[in-house]
Design a protein around this ligand. Structure first.
Ligand code: NIG
Ligand code: FE
Length: 383
């Protein structure tokens, strides 16, 4: 078995709470996994040596919230928002119509291209939701495409009620026949719990059915208004409550005292010109926070975790350390994964060599492409 030593690391951010930062570090990869990390002076011998040249190394980003299976374009909706129109989620139906019209090959090609775009920017784990099909066959098709791209697939049949459908019968469909058809392709179930989408009772019904079918739970919660989403997520033992933009004190307490991660999606607030979630309040209360892109054609069409880190630092008053932690370790917690999101012995050797001396540059030099190299499962990606 070949071992590879990455030497000359200016600053290693491990993501491991036991030893989060190691200056002047080295790391050994063996069989696709991290075999050793520590000060360069103590590094063991290896078959091959890569010199990081004083650059920083971080774990590959874990993007725990993305909607990548879709067709169509919503540039005009974005333009209208930048002229003062509000985001309501109503545009989801525009994407549903385009997605239904598209062939499976077209959808797969587009989703694969987005995953490739993410990987080139250092994202080595991504969650992919359905939610632009909204019929048994179209949701199943979206999830089948997603399973070809990631292990982290999420059934979001309850994104909105499709046009011309009665809400109660749609909820029954989602929790019944649609779930049955989609569960074999999904690891998670998710509901957009929001005024104009699904209320507390409907959300509970669908999530409970999903849980019974063996799926883990995650919730689009409290994005546009205060509501029951976050508390339901915590009560049902969801891995993650996502968005968390409009929170009451009880919501913050619930997140801080549960195992549910608060996943913040600042790309959505950027792209909808909405106030950002109060990350400080969540972190100071003791909640675990993740950052993700929410990559989708409506509310957040970015695939860049580095951009989200920069937004989190500048707009959400997170420190650079809190932001990189949320984008790696936090994302892994939101997916209940212990094999990614950190660089310690036994973890997957997913890592990014930055063209910078420190991860702080992700926020200090926003918009600058800082990815020098990406290792995925121990292999160096060719540009
Ligand atoms: O997470 N909020 C619901 N779903 C997506 C937006 C989807 C869309 O506008 O197409 C979100 O922001
Ligand atoms: Fe989303």
């Amino acid at each position: 078995m070949t071992t590879t030593l990455i030497d000359g690391i200016g600053l290693l951010y491990t993501g491991d709470p036991e030893r989060e930062e190691i200056p002047g570090a080295a790391l050994v990869i063996e069989d696709g996994l991290v075999a050793w990390t520590g000060p360069a002076a103590e590094a063991p011998d290896a078959d091959e040596r890569v010199d990081a040249g004083g650059r920083a190394v971080i774990p590959g980003f874990v993007d725990s919230h993305a909607h990548l299976v879709f067709a169509g374009d919503r540039t005009a909706e974005f333009q209208a928002r930048m002229s003062g129109e509000a985001y309501t989620g109503g545009g989801i139906r525009t994407t549903v119509a385009a997605t239904r019209r598209a062939s499976e090959a077209e959808l797969a090609t587009r989703a694969r291209a987005l995953v490739g775009e993410m990987l080139a920017q250092g994202t080595t784990t991504v969650e992919i939701k359905s939610g632009y099909g909204l019929s048994v066959e179209h949701e199943r098709r979206s999830l089948e495409i997603a399973t070809g791209l990631t292990d982290e697939t999420t059934f979001l049949g309850a994104h909105v009620v499709p046009a011309g459908t009665d809400a109660d019968s749609y909820v029954r469909l989602v929790a019944g026949e649609m779930l049955e058809a989609c569960a074999p392709y999904a690891k998670w179930v998710d509901v957009f719990c929001e005024r104009g989408a699904f209320d507390g009772d409907q959300t509970r019904e669908i999530l409970s059915a999903g849980r019974k079918a063996g799926l883990g739970v995650r919730v689009h919660a409290n994005q546009l208004t205060e509501g029951p989403g976050v508390r339901l997520a915590c009560e049902l033992g969801a891995a993650s409550a996502d968005h968390c933009t409009h929170l009451t004190a009880a919501d913050v307490d619930a997140l801080a005292s549960s195992g549910t991660v608060a996943t913040l999606l600042p790309g959505a607030e950027f792209s909808t010109r909405s106030p950002y979630p109060d990350a400080r309040r969540l972190i100071d209360a003791g909640a675990t926070v993740a950052l993700a892109t929410d990559c989708n054609p409506g509310s957040s069409f970015t695939s860049s975790m580095a951009f989200c880190v920069a937004l989190a630092v500048r707009e959400m008053r997170m420190t650079p350390l809190e932001a990189i932690r949320a984008a790696t370790y936090g994302g892994a917690r939101a997916l209940r994964r212990t094999d990614v999101g950190w660089l310690r012995r036994g973890a997957r050797a997913d890592l990014v060599v930055l063209d910078a001396p420190s991860y702080v540059h992700l926020a200090y030099r926003p918009g600058v492409p800082l990815v020098h190299q990406v290792f995925h499962r121990g292999l160096l990606l060719e540009e």
